[in-house]
Ligand binder design. Structure first.
Ligand SMILES: [Zn+2]
Length: 434
C-alpha cells in the first residue's frame, strides 16, 4: 500500500502543480525560503482550518488567540530565550565556514580540513529594531514561538472570559528561528508557521492525565486526516532530553523521505511559564478556584505542531504512482477535507448546451467550495490533471444529462463512476467532504 517516495519527486510535483515554489526564485532564490502557490495555499489553509475546527470549534473547552509577532523583549528574558535559546557554533579559521559544534567530529573543518575555533553560543532569535534608531534600547525580536503570546495574555483571558479550568488557548501563527542548518524542503525553515495549544489544568495530577489524552488526540488527528498509520509513531523523550522544568514530552513523528522526524511535540511544562512571567512582570496570573476558594497557578500541557511540517507530511503521504489500464497515473490522495479543489466540472465535449449546463453547475458549486471548470482536451487528460492536484470528484455533463438531468461523478481513488441527479450533486459532495 505504502510506496515510499523521494524528496526530489515531492519537490518536483509540488512545483509542477503549483503547491510550493522556491522563494524569490527569479533572483536565484533565498536559501530555505519557500512560497505556497495557488494550490499550496488552499492545502495549507485547509490544514489550518481542520485543526481550528477539530481543536477549537468542536471541543468547546478551547478559545482562540492571535497575539503579535513583535513582543516586549522582557517576554524573552522571562521565557529564557535570550539566555538559553542558543546553538553552539564553531568557525573555520581557513575557509570561514560556520558549523554547529555538535555536528562536527573532532577539531577539523568538514569543508577544508582547517582548524576550528572554540565553540561559542549563537542565539537563534531574529533580532531587529523597532523605530528608526537602531541602538540597543530599540531591540525587538521576531517571536521564536507562538506559545509565549498565550502565557502573556493568560491573565487577560481569565479576566475577560468565563473560562473555568481545565481550558485551553489555541493560536496559529508565524514564528522565526535563525537556524544554522535549515533544510529538507519545508521541514526546517527559518520562517515557519505553528499551531499551538496551551491547555491549562489545576494541578500536577490533572496535568499527567491531560498529557496522555493530548498525546492520543494529536496522534489520532493526523491519522483521521488520512495519514497511513504505519507512517506515524510516538517518541517519548528521554529524561536527559527534557528541559529542566518539563515533566514529560512526546513527539508525534512522521516517516518523511529522510526518515522519521518530528511533526509535533506534546509537552507537560508544569507551571513553569506562568511562574516565570509572574516573577518577571510582577503580575499575579493565578486562577481563583470557586470550589476550594484558593488561588491556583495552573499547570499546562502544550501540543505544539508545525503547520508547514503537517502540510509536507500530508503531501508526501498523499503522493502515489499507480498502474492503470491506460498506463501510469500520479495521484495525490488527500483526505477530502484537505484537498485544495473539491470537485472539477467538465462538459464531455465543447458543445454549447453541455458547456452551458456544466457552467451552471460550476457557478452553484463555487458558492460553497473551491471547484474548477475545465473544457480543454480529452476527459481522460482532464481526469489526470485533477488526480495530480488531488481533486476527489470529477463531474461530467454529457448528452444524456440533457435528457435525464443526471451527471457522471468519478471518484479519484477508486476511479469508479456513478450517475447522480444534477439536483443532488450538492448533497452528494456535502456528505463526502464535510
Ligand atoms: Zn574550512
Amino acid at each position: 500500500m505504502d510506496n515510499k517516495v523521494s524528496m526530489e519527486e515531492v519537490v518536483n510535483v509540488a512545483k509542477r502543480r503549483a503547491f510550493i515554489y522556491a522563494g524569490s526564485e527569479i533572483y536565484g532564490g533565498l536559501a530555505n525560503a519557500w512560497d505556497y502557490g495557488p494550490y499550496g495555499v488552499l492545502l495549507k489553509n485547509n490544514v489550518k482550518q481542520a485543526w481550528w475546527q477539530d481543536m477549537v470549534m468542536k471541543r468547546g473547552d478551547i478559545v482562540g488567540l492571535d497575539s503579535a509577532i513583535l513582543m516586549n523583549p522582557k517576554v524573552w528574558e522571562a521565557s529564557g530565550h535570550i539566555a538559553e535559546f542558543t546553538d553552539p557554533l564553531v568557525d573555520c579559521k581557513g575557509c570561514k565556514q560556520r558549523f554547529r559544534a555538535d555536528h562536527v567530529e573532532g577539531n577539523d573543518c568538514p569543508n577544508c580540513g582547517g582548524e576550528l575555533t572554540e565553540a561559542r553560543s549563537f542565539n537563534l532569535m531574529f533580532k531587529t529594531h523597532a523605530g528608526p534608531v537602531d541602538d540597543e534600547s530599540n531591540v525587538v525580536y521576531l517571536r521564536p514561538e507562538t506559545a509565549q503570546g498565550i502565557f502573556v495574555d493568560f491573565k487577560n483571558i481569565l479576566d475577560t472570559t468565563r473560562n473555568k479550568l481545565p481550558f485551553g488557548v489555541a493560536q496559529i501563527g508565524k514564528s522565526f528561528r535563525n537556524e544554522i542548518t535549515p533544510g529538507n524542503f519545508t521541514f526546517r525553515t527559518r520562517e515557519f508557521e505553528q499551531f499551538e495549544i496551551e491547555y491549562f489544568v489545576k494541578d500536577a495530577l490533572s496535568a499527567k492525565k491531560a498529557f496522555d489524552e493530548w498525546v492520543k488526540a494529536r496522534f489520532d488527528w493526523y491519522k483521521d486526516l488520512g495519514i497511513y498509520p504505519d507512517n506515524l509513531r510516538l517518541r517519548e523523550h528521554e529524561k536527559t532530553e527534557l528541559a529542566h522544568y518539563a515533566v514529560a514530552a512526546t513527539d508525534v513523528e512522521y516517516n518523511f523521505p529522510f526518515g522519521f522526524s518530528e511533526l509535533e511535540g506534546i509537552a507537560n511544562r508544569g507551571n513553569y511559564d506562568l511562574q516565570q512571567h509572574w516573577d518577571h512582570s510582577g503580575v499575579d496570573p493565578r486562577y481563583f478556584d470557586e470550589e476550594t476558594k484558593t488561588k491556583i497557578l495552573p499547570h499546562v500541557i502544550e501540543p505544539s505542531g508545525g503547520v508547514d511540517r503537517a502540510v509536507l507530511a500530508f503531501l508526501v503521504d498523499a503522493y502515489k504512482i499507480e498502474k492503470t489500464e491506460e498506463g501510469e497515473r500520479t495521484v495525490l490522495k488527500f483526505h477530502p477535507r484537505l484537498a485544495p479543489i473539491k470537485a472539477a466540472i467538465f462538459p464531455l465535449v465543447k458543445k454549447d448546451q453541455l458547456v452551458m449546463e456544466a457552467k451552471k453547475l460550476f457557478s452553484q458549486l463555487k458558492e460553497r467550495w473551491f471547484v474548477e471548470y475545465d473544457e480543454s482536451g480529452t476527459v481522460g487528460r482532464r481526469y489526470r490533471r485533477q488526480d495530480e492536484i488531488g481533486t476527489p470528484y470529477c463531474i461530467t455533463v454529457d448528452f444524456g444529462s440533457l435528457e435525464d438531468k443526471m451527471v457522471t461523478i468519478r471518484d479519484r481513488d477508486t476511479m469508479q463512476q456513478e450517475r447522480v441527479l444534477m439536483n443532488d450533486v450538492i448533497n452528494f459532495l456535502e456528505e463526502r467532504i464535510k
